[in-house]
Ligand binder design. Structure first.
Ligand SMILES: *Cc1c(COP(=O)(O)O)cnc(C)c1O
Length: 388
């Protein structure tokens, strides 16, 4: 058998990966500082659910902690347990709340449950009766109708003298339904409602705004802001130039370059019929990697924003997707590039500095959040830090 050097695998995995993500940790922490500046007097948390929007909980969590973040939000207990190793003395809030059977993992990892329904509240009171004092957060619904305690019940609870002394919320929070639309009247309505909740819990920290809400101005900041998507370079506010630095670059390898004749068709369903002799790059990323099929150049009736489909970027140019995105492969039309510009083994940027993740999302009829969090399945990942 051939002898390979010890570092063979690590060095070559990234260099030969079918799909690879480069995460710029300096851009990530810059974005967090930017959000902290925009949050004014409020403290700024970091939302790192879904493996930190596919950037990797461990490295992203640690970088944000080292940049100064001391409040984190995750969706699940598992995520909180992982994060705890990288954010030793931070407050970690678990948005999905606490369920019977998970108490021990909360306590042992010092995780704070976000209580968001009457059932969870009742369970939480029983937990306190058994184990004693422990912090929690309360999520109050101000018009989203997803999670959250009823507003009036939450206010009544604040004044309820019969509640156990060990009941010690450290945060009351709510979530905006239309924060990405600064013109929506819903924002003001939710703000007015949340002010009443916040007043009822005087002395306890209040939090209303995710990334988008931070841009709505200081009225919306309260004591703690909760940015997610903006940290990872995504668009938070519709129709506004995105001020955040790009954090994630996704690239896929060209497996083959091939020539096809005018009149021939490309891919499943003959979704693209060529009107000229064409050169095609067959690339190793598809919908099983999280690259949306709905960006295909044809045959996807749901999409109307970009009916011609999505683009990649290679050899200094945007190149259109040809035919349908398939499970493991996508075809790009590189006819307009110089003849030898692309060879097998080169990489196409799927999104990053040249193609915004939100442009991929628009071409797919979805949002940058979904594109980012879908890319977590099958890739090699590399990190750039301040030193690179
Ligand atoms: C996901 C989430 C956030 C972060 O939202 P972004 O839009 O990504 O900034 C904040 N708060 C809650 C309750 C969330 O579920």
């Amino acid at each position: 058998m051939t002898d390979f050097p010890d570092d063979y695998e690590e060095e070559d995995r990234f260099a030969s990966a079918g799909l690879r993500l480069t995460v710029d940790l300096a851009a990530l922490t810059d974005n967090w500082r930017d959000m902290a500046r925009r949050s004014g007097k409020a403290r700024t948390a970091a939302v790192v659910k879904a493996d930190a929007y596919s950037t990797g909980m461990e490295d992203a969590g640690e970088a944000l902690y080292l940049a100064g973040a001391r409040h984190f939000f995750v969706a699940t207990v598992d995520e909180g347990v992982t994060l705890r190793l990288y954010a030793p003395d931070a407050r970690i809030f678990v948005l999905s709340g606490i369920w019977p059977g998970t108490e021990r993992r909360f306590f042992e990892n010092d995780l704070v449950p976000v209580i968001s329904s009457e059932e969870q509240l009742a369970f939480w009171m029983a937990v306190l009766a058994e184990y004693g004092d422990y912090p929690c957060a309360l999520h109050v619904d101000t018009g989203f109708n997803r999670l959250g305690l009823d507003m009036n019940e939450a206010i009544a609870l604040a004044d309820d003298v019969s509640r156990p002394a060990s009941f010690a919320p450290v945060l009351v929070m709510s979530h905006l339904a239309c924060g990405d639309d600064p013109n929506s009247a819903m924002n003001r309505q939710q703000l007015e409602s949340f002010r009443k909740v916040s007043a009822a819990y005087e002395g306890i920290d209040s939090s209303l705004s995710a990334s988008a809400g931070i841009f709505l101005g200081s009225d919306y900041h309260f004591d703690l802001t909760r940015p997610g998507i903006a940290l990872y370079g995504g668009e938070a506010v519709n129709g506004m130039a995105n001020p955040m630095r790009s954090v994630v670059t996704a690239e896929a390898r060209v497996i083959q370059v091939r020539d096809a004749k005018a009149g021939q068709a490309v891919g499943y369903g003959r979704a693209l019929e060529l009107t000229r002799d064409s050169r095609l790059a067959i690339v190793s990323a598809g919908y099983a990697d999280g690259y949306p099929r709905s960006q295909s150049s044809g045959g996807v009736p749901l999409r109307h924003v970009a009916p011609q489909g999505g683009h990649g970027f290679i050899a200094g140019r945007r190149v259109p997707i040809a035919g349908r995105v398939t499970m493991d492969l996508t075809i790009f039309d590189i006819t307009d590039l110089p003849e030898n510009a692309v060879s097998a083994g080169d990489y196409v940027e799927l999104f990053g500095k040249n193609i915004a993740v939100d442009d991929v999302a628009r071409a797919a009829g979805t949002i940058g959040y979904e594109v980012l969090t879908s890319m977590g399945l099958r890739h090699e990942r590399r990190y750039l830090s301040e030193d690179d």
